[in-house]
Design a protein around this ligand. Structure first.
Ligand code: ADP
Length: 424
């Protein structure tokens, strides 16, 4: 960097005085010649012979021409000295430039030797050691062949490359020659596409899961229709039983479609935070009442513990109803054997507003807890299906809470029960 700055300063000096200095030299020479002429004329007037005055004039002019006024200059660079004698090494400037990038970038020489790495490369791959051949860190034939080809042909190349350690990452690795006079340099850059890949996989998993969930009840419906058209054509009792199952399957499909639509609506407005004040007390009361028939069927009682005063949060009422419906319904269904579901609403200084939904059921094994809010994730698929679950309830809850800038905290202990806390 120091060398580059030096070169720049010389150029600046030359720029500011380059045109003035030769003009000055030209003028001073002409003035000196005129001075010589005047001195010769003065000598002639004061009685010297004309020949002597002429010789004096020629001698003085010769002296002025021989003595280069530039030699007496102040040592400042002249036009001749403005041209850099040696090409400036581009490496320091390139090193400074790659430091500003947040993707890992490495500078290599023409032997694929590592000359510099930026901080992002050090974070991703550690200190690579200056002067090492690139193969000391990357043995992948794909990367090495690509680098060799770029060094030979001076054309950029890129490939996709995965790293397993320290964590699984996918990169687009690109190598390109740098236009830097004098020194052949090559930039090796790494664009991390792991997150893109993960989203892609999630999207395709989601489509596969949703199709699978719809296909199962559809296949069942088709099977019953065919049975009723064929073998059970005249069996009124069987038909009645089959129709009940078909209604069940149709309801399952419609629950799934409703949940899918709900998710997609939430995704569309994820970036718009709600702007109304909602009192949570009536919301929780309403949800408890709407779930009363289900709770009674399951033999569960939902107990509310609410403070006297209003507890308002910024939110959208219908979405908050959906959140607490999902949490209370899950607590009744999966914690059925605990008989009670306790819902506590608290506003505490420092902690904010919290709603805790606690059941006294069998609890959730710890390894499942972090994945509960993934779409279609269930601890037990058959159990969830038999309880009319779609596997999307907690995913919807998470989406709504994200939009409300709220968090879902899940605690569960086997044999004791689970607690789902919404913290605003
Ligand atoms: P589902 O539609 O299957 O209920 P959810 O997304 O609401 O889907 O829940 C995902 C899974 O989390 C459920 O299938 C169940 O296995 C588990 N789960 C949720 N709530 C509880 C709870 N209170 N107790 C035990 N397991 C629960």
């Amino acid at each position: 960097m120091g060398e580059a700055r030096g070169a720049l300063q010389v150029a600046e000096n030359g720029e500011s005085s380059g045109w003035r200095r030769p003009m000055r030299h030209l003028l001073s020479r002409w003035l000196a010649i005129v001075g010589c002429a005047l001195m010769a004329v003065a000598a002639w007037y004061s009685g010297a012979a004309a020949g002597y005055a002429l010789v004096l004039f020629v001698l003085l002019v010769g002296l002025v021409i021989v003595v280069d006024p530039r030699a007496e200059d102040d040592g400042a660079p002249t036009i001749a000295t403005l041209q850099p004698a040696m090409p400036v090494d581009p490496l320091p400037s390139i090193r400074a430039a790659i430091e500003a990038l947040d993707m890992p970038v490495i500078v290599m020489g023409a032997q694929a030797d590592l000359l510099a790495q930026n901080a992002a490369a050090e974070r991703a791959f550690g200190d690579l050691g200056e002067g090492q051949h690139v193969s000391a860190r990357w043995r992948s034939p794909g990367i090495l062949d690509m680098i060799r080809e770029t060094i030979e042909t001076a054309t950029p190349n890129q490939i996709e490359h995965s790293e397993r350690l320290p964590s699984e990452r996918v990169y687009i690795v690109r190598v390109a020659p740098v236009e830097a006079d004098g020194r052949p340099l090559f930039l090796l850059s790494f664009r991390d596409i792991s997150e893109l890949r993960r989203l892609d996989r999630m999207r395709s998993d989601f489509v596969a899961n949703a199709s699978h969930e719809l296909r199962t009840p559809l296949a069942s419906l088709r099977g019953f229709i065919e049975t009723m058209q064929g073998p059970a054509k005249d069996d009124a009792k069987a038909k009645e039983r089959f129709l009940a199952i078909m209604l069940d399957q149709a309801n399952r499909m419609s629950r799934l479609v409703d949940d899918l639509l709900s998710l997609s609506r939430l995704e569309l407005k994820a970036h718009l935070p709600p702007d109304q004040m909602v009192d949570l007390k009536p919301v929780l009361g309403h949800v408890r009442d709407s779930l009363a028939p289900l709770a009674a069927d399951l033999g569960v009682e939902i107990r509310l513990d609410l403070p006297e005063e209003k507890v308002e949060v910024m939110g959208e009422r219908d979405e908050l109803v959906e959140v607490f419906e999902n949490l209370m319904e899950n607590a009744c269904k999966y914690g059925q054997e605990g008989k009670f579901v306790d819902v506590v609403l608290r506003r505490e200084p420092g902690l904010g507003t919290e709603v805790r939904v606690r059941d006294h059921g069998p609890g959730i094994p710890a390894e499942h807890v972090p994945r509960l809010t993934e779409r279609f994730y269930r601890v037990n698929v058959e159990d969830s299906r038999s309880k009319k679950g779609t596997g999307l309830g907690l995913a919807i809850v998470k989406h709504i809470l994200t939009r409300h800038r709220a968090r879902l905290i899940v605690k569960s202990e086997l044999g004791v029960g689970s607690e789902f806390t919404v913290r605003f």
